[in-house]
Every structure is written in C-alpha cells, then in structure tokens.
Design a protein around this ligand. Structure first.
Ligand SMILES: Cc1ncc(COP(=O)(O)O)c(C=O)c1O
Length: 473
C-alpha cells in the first residue's frame, strides 16, 4: 500500500471538510474580535503535541478550529500596517495551485504556469504605464526590492564573479521615509547599510530632489559610485509619493539605476494613474499584488526595463538545468531572471482573480479605499480632540489624540497607550507611525471589506479609549 497517497474520493471529502471550515470562518469573520484570543503561552499550549508516529487521519482536522480561532480576523476593521484583505476567489484558486504543484522554474517544467506568469506580469506592467517592462512574481515587496537592487548593483559594478571592489565604495539613495526592506537589501548585497544616504523629505514626506542631487554630487566627487536611487510610490508611513520624474532625471545625471518601491502604492494607479507621474522613468519597480490587488499572501512582483540586466544579475545555470531547446518561448527560464529556482504558481490566483472580477471591480475597490481614507481624514479634522498628522495621498491616515496635552513626550505616551488599548479591545485594528519623532496612530485602508461605518468606528474607538485612559489617570 502507498503510505501517503490518498484516493481522489478521500481528497474530495477532505476538501469538503476544509471548505466547511473556511466558509464558516468567512461567515463569522465580520462579527469577530480582530486579535486572536489567548496569550502566547496559552496558544503554544493548545498546539504543542508530539509528532504522531501513526497518522491521525481525519482526526488531524480537529485542530483546524483552533487554528481558525487563534488567527487574526481579516474583517473590514483591520487597518494595520499595509496589508491586503485576502480576496477569496483568488484564495479558492490557490488550492488548484497546490494540487497541480507546478514548479514555475522554466517553461519546460510548467508550460501553462510560465505562460500565465508572463501574462499577469504584462498586465501589471500595463497598469503602471510600463508596457515594455518584463518581470517576475516573488514572495513580496521585500523580495522584489532585493532583486531590483541586486540588478542595479550588477549593472553599475561587476560583483558576481570577483566580489565587491575595494576603493571609496558604493552608495544608494532613498528618502528618510524609505521602507525597512531597502536597508535590509543593501546589507544583504554587501553595500553596507551605512552607505544608504537618507535624503530629507518635505512637509508632505516626499524626498527633496535638490538634497538628493547634492548628496550624489558630494559622493561622486569623493569617488563613491552611486549605484541606485530608490523612489517611493507610497511610503509605508504616510503613503507619500516621491517626485518620481525629478528623481529619475537626477539618477540619470549620475548614471545611477532608478528603482521605485511601489509595494504599497503603485497599484493604486489602477484607480488614480495621475498620482504617479514619472513612474515610467524607472529602471525597476516593485509591486505587491498581495497588498493593493487584495491577493492572498504571497504575491509580489518585480518589473524591469532591461531583461539583459536581470540576466546579468541572476543567470548562473548548473548543467542539470540546461535547456536543450532553442525555441525562444520553450527555452525560457525564470531562474535566469530571478533569485528563486523552485517557484510557486503564484500567477494562478492573480490571473483567476483578475479574470473572475474584471479590472473595473478592482478599480472600484481601490477607489473605495481612497475615499474611505478621505472620509476618515475629514472625520478627524471635524473632531477637535484629534489632529491629522500628514496629508492623505493614498490610503494611509496618520493622526493623534491631542486633547489637553501639549508636551511632546506626554502626547507620545498617551497615543501609544491609546493604541495598546485599541488593539487589546479588538474592535478595530490600527498600527502606528513615528513622524518627525511624533508617535501617531495610523490607519491604512487596503481592505475591500471596509464600509463607511467601519471607518466611523475608528474615530469612535479612539475617543472611547481616550476617555478610558483619562478616567484611569
Ligand atoms: C513601501 C513598502 N515597501 C516594501 C514593503 C515590503 O513588502 P512585503 O511585506 O510584501 O515584503 C512594504 C510593506 O508594507 C511597504 O509598505
């Protein structure tokens, strides 16, 4: 007897049981408290069980209700970080992805999957006005940023064979608001985090181009090689969009690669293309369909203008993967243009979800997010005890509770206590941003389930919790 194969009938029965659990979760999700119940130790105790020597069969499914109960609810009142809401048509197709178990490494191992990935990548490129770009799907924005900067480094200095050059060094430029994945990538690429030049921002948290130019000039005069400039199309804190066209011109002037981190915001171009002038001047762009295309995690994407540059950075093939085929389509290998070799069929959910709903539905969902963020901004401005702390460019809203407190440190302490209590209550989920040393509450609306009343609840919760804190003092 085959020890681990199950029959198609058993598979179907398992799936039906999974489906019942999943649809019950979806039915009750809206009424659930957002954070998982239980402390770390309690949750650990629930799941800690020995690895069974003999299979538990259907009995193993029992633990699934614990998994659901101790997962964070993904309802319309979750506004933390930059997190998409997990569109469920895409989720349903993910099952087929695992059953087909295609290895999207090269056309010959997965013809349909490679073809679909190229198609969805071309759709994403079209959305951000970069039709001629190629690209790859990956685990997320951090992976895309790492790959973009790896291509940039290999384009400016040849490192892959003989390592980093000695001498005055290399530098990368980004604003002080840049996402943490950029310094991480720079460290991994051996450039050194100290060689990330953090360029000041204006009052709208956008990089100041003249400061960029001065920093690049200073470095060039010292013999430092400017590898890349990173512009943000939606900063993680406030959603600010850097002046991309001006930055592109400066990067070109110094011969540096222009990478755009569009993981948060660039797919907002589906609803608001006018917000991203200059995006088409990039050499590479990171996108995150698991954020503003609401796909289940994971689904990131790197787009690049020059496929040869990507190949210079990544193509290094062992003999066992040699393609014995000269046909340009059939000899194609994603491993020549990306970090991964074995790759998941990420394109399936995106392809299905986009075809199932149509682009207009996503445009509407993103428009709703943008409007919801504006609604929250207006409510904050109408409430004397609250203060908006940054312009709302996309869907991130940074604000503070300010009543009766005028000392910065006290305001920081008060707002961090408000946030702690809000998360604990579980009615809405906010995260935080520190802007010019000011601790702010932050709601990021990237959620196709959010309604106007969910937005109104944010203000009601903050005021209720602030009262609670007042009463406790
Ligand atoms: C601007 C920005 N860049 C990169 C990332 C990283 O994306 P991921 O979490 O998919 O790795 C994020 C995540 O929030 C982000 O907001």
């Amino acid at each position: 007897m085959n020890p681990i194969e199950i029959s198609p009938e058993q598979f179907k029965s398992l799936c039906e049981q999974f489906l019942a659990i999943a649809s019950d979760y979806l039915k009750e999700m809206d009424s659930r408290s957002i954070p998982a119940k239980g402390s770390g130790a309690e949750i650990d105790r629930i799941f800690r069980a020995p690895l069974p020597e003999t299979g538990l069969a259907d009995e193993a499914l029992r633990a699934f209700s614990d998994v659901v109960q101790h997962s964070r609810a993904q309802n319309g009142r979750f506004f933390g970080y930059v997190l998409g809401s997990g569109e469920t048509a895409g989720a349903a197709s993910d099952l087929l992805c695992s059953v087909l178990n295609q290895n999207v490494t090269a056309w010959r191992s997965s013809p349909a999957a490679v073809t679909l990935e190229k198609i969805v990548v071309s759709w994403l490129a079209r959305i951000v006005s970069c039709r001629e770009f190629r690209g790859v799907l990956c685990g997320g924005g951090s992976a895309a940023n790492l790959m973009g900067l790896a291509i940039a480094r290999e384009t400016r200095v040849t490192v892959n064979e003989s390592g980093l050059p000695s001498g005055p060094g290399l530098a990368v430029y980004a604003s002080t608001e840049v996402h943490m994945s950029i310094p991480k990538a720079i460290a991994l690429l051996g450039i050194g985090r100290d060689n990330l030049r953090l360029i000041p921002v204006d009052n709208s948290f956008r990089m100041i181009p003249s400061q960029l130019e001065q920093a690049m000039q200073r470095d060039t005069e010292r013999g430092v090689v400017p590898i890349a400039v990173v512009g943000s199309a939606g900063t993680v804190n406030t959603g600010a969009i850097d002046p991309l066209a001006e930055i592109a011109a400066i990067a070109t002037q110094f011969g540096a690669w222009f990478h755009i981190d569009g993981a948060y915001g660039a797919l907002g171009a589906i609803a608001a293309p006018h917000k991203f002038p200059g995006i088409d001047r990039a050499d590479s762009i990171s996108l995150d369909p698991h954020k503003w295309l609401y796909q289940p995690i994971d689904c990131g994407c790197l787009l690049y203008r020059d496929a040869n540059a990507a190949r210079r950075a990544f193509a290094y093939s062992g003999d066992y993967v040699r393609t014995l085929n000269n046909d340009p389509v059939e000899s194609f290998a994603f491993f020549d243009e990306s970090i991964e070799l074995s790759r998941r069929f990420r394109a399936l959910k995106l392809w299905f979800s986009l075809r199932y709903h149509g682009l207009a539905a996503f445009r509407k969902a993103i428009e709703n997010d943008l409007q919801h963020a504006q609604r929250l901004g207006s409510l904050i401005e109408e409430t004397p005890d609250l203060r908006l702390m940054a312009p709302i460019e996309l869907s991130a809203v940074c604000f503070r509770y300010v009543r009766g407190v005028h000392i910065e440190n006290d305001l920081n302490r008060l707002n961090s206590e408000i946030l702690r209590r809000i998360v604990e209550r579980g009615n809405v989920y906010l995260s935080n941003a520190t802007l010019q040393s000011r601790f702010c509450l932050r709601a990021c609306v990237m959620n196709h389930r959010t309604t106007n009343s969910d937005i109104d609840r944010v203000v009601a919760e903050v005021l209720a919790v602030a009262k609670e804190v007042d009463n406790a003092n």
